[in-house]
Design a protein around this ligand. Structure first.
Ligand code: 0L1
Ligand code: MG
Length: 262
């Protein structure tokens, strides 16, 4: 068994990508590496990104995780986090869930920004952040953890790129100035039954607060949010399991409706 003495950033990154590539879940890193801290966890996340890019993936944006109380309470982690999005995670609208590469997918509604300008922290506020947004979209993120039963601590889930799996965005891009995103309503249905409801305020009070948080957090790691990037601001509600053949629909007031499944 790998122990604190034998884990390294490189070994942990390789192990997490091995689990992803072989659809194998396993224990959280912190079971055998209890000293794993957040800085080291972000270095593992960055190393998994380096490996993804080395195998031909393209960096297309960032995702926030655990920005809503619903998600924090469910996952028993009380702090938001930031992770990477690559083109390999894009799910075209209407395409079936790529079950052949997922372990135990769950779907969650997201409010997504496409950036018109870059955003460099520190000191970014929600007001300055929203000015850099070109368009806002509805989204569904399909999360998938490399940890059995989604059992993890904050450093574990940071290292695991915030349970990234796949995501789809809606067809309707809106000018963020046209909508009150704090009041944007969201209804989640699973198998035709309403299972969750929320408004955009569930995400840090306003999704632009999450965007500012991402810019300021990335600045501490020497990165900025680039023009053209997509930013997923974090699950608005708890995620819904996607069993084989299951479908999840999210309906937003102004951003439209998306269904994933199959
Ligand atoms: O597995 C998880 O729930 C952690 C990732 C959270 C994603 C989100 O809150 O959008
Ligand atoms: Mg999410």
């Amino acid at each position: 068994m790998t122990t604190t003495a034998t884990w390294t950033v490189d070994r942990a990154a390789e192990e997490l990508l091995r689990r992803e590539d072989t659809r194998t879940d396993g224990p959280p890193l912190t079971d055998s590496w209890p000293e794993l801290d957040l800085d080291t966890a972000y270095r593992i996340q960055d190393e998994t990104l380096r490996l993804r890019l080395a195998r031909g993936e393209t960096l297309i944006g960032v995702k926030l995780g655990l920005t809503s109380r619903a998600k924090q309470q469910r996952m028993n982690v009380d702090s938001p986090l930031v992770a990477w999005l690559t083109d390999a995670m894009i799910l075209p609208a209407g395409a079936p869930v790529p079950r052949e590469r997922l372990i135990h997918p769950r779907a969650e509604p997201e409010i997504a920004f496409v950036m018109g300008r870059s955003l460099t922290g520190p000191g970014v506020t929600a007001a300055t952040a929203i000015c850099a947004v070109d368009q806002v979209f509805a989204g569904i993120e399909i999360i998938d953890s490399r940890y059995r039963d989604f059992r993890f601590t904050l450093p574990d889930v940071v290292a695991d790129n915030a349970s990234s799996g796949a995501f789809v965005t809606g067809a309707l891009g809106r000018d963020p100035g046209e909508l009150n995103l704090a009041l944007e309503g969201c209804v989640v249905e699973s198998g035709g039954t309403v299972v969750h409801t929320a408004t955009g305020a569930a995400v840090q009070g306003h999704p632009a607060e999450a965007l500012a948080l991402a810019a300021n957090t990335l600045a501490r790691r020497g990165h900025r949010i680039e023009a053209g990037w997509l930013v997923l601001t974090g699950g608005v509600t708890d995620a819904v399991p996607l069993p084989p053949g299951g479908y999840v629909t999210t309906e937003f007031t102004g951003l439209g409706r998306i269904t994933v499944g199959g």
